[in-house]
Write a protein that binds this ligand. Structure first.
Ligand SMILES: C[S@@+](CC[C@H](N)C(=O)[O-])C[C@H]1O[C@@H](n2cnc3c(N)ncnc32)[C@H](O)[C@@H]1O
Length: 186
């Protein structure tokens, strides 16, 4: 069955501006030997910025139409839910989860799965809208109206969930609208 993102895929990047590579680039701290996973990476809007800097870049997403756009950029794609990804343990040096945590069906299971496929000492960088801010609260309300199954969590609740999944999280940055968490796998 087509979901909201399948319907939006063709126009997604016209609606959502390109990412600022400076913040994510700094937090990712990529090396040419790295394998990078863009989890719930959609059209590859973000992975496309960093793919040339690493040995392997993979976009995993549950929407076939979003992934079609990523493939057009020449990116490697995997159709799967973040909750159950077809990768061996400790496959990736770096993982991105941008603007997607609130969309995940099972956030706790997804965090465990992201940490499973991350290498020890690897880094997961999460960018999320900051639900403590009014414009994000309004977005959350609109997404409920459009029957999207979004669930926005506060930074402190996200930090607790990551801790429970046995990652070591830091609230690395906030800009009044978004937050960035860096999670290290011990
Ligand atoms: C707002 S988009 C963000 C896409 C991309 N990270 C970006 O920043 O451009 C959210 C994405 O999450 C994907 N998604 C939602 N739930 C998912 C799940 N459980 N597993 C994998 N992908 C999921 C959607 O298909 C969509 O592509």
């Amino acid at each position: 069955m087509m979901d909201h993102f399948d319907l939006l895929a063709a126009v997604y990047e016209k609606l959502i501006p390109p990412p600022d590579p400076r913040v994510l680039g700094k937090l990712l701290d990529l090396a040419p030997v790295h394998a990078l996973l863009d989890a719930a990476g959609g059209t590859g809007r973000v992975a496309g910025v960093f793919a040339a800097a690493v040995a392997r870049a993979v976009v995993c997403d549950s929407s076939p139409r979003m992934l079609e756009q990523a493939r057009r950029k020449g990116l490697e794609t995997v159709l799967a839910e973040v909750e159950a990804m077809p990768f061996a343990d400790a496959t990736f040096d770096r993982i991105l989860l941008v603007d997607a945590f609130h969309h995940l069906r099972d956030q706790a299971a997804s965090l465990r799965e992201l940490l499973r496929v991350l290498k020890p000492d690897g880094r997961l960088v999460i960018e999320e809208p900051d639900v403590r801010r009014l414009p994000v609260k309004i977005t959350a309300m609109l997404e409920r109206l459009f029957l999207m199954r979004s669930r926005f969590e506060t930074p402190s609740s996200m930090l607790r969930m990551i801790d429970e999944a046995e990652g070591v999280p830091t609230l690395a940055r906030e800009d009044g609208f978004r937050i960035w968490l860096v999670v290290v796998k011990p």
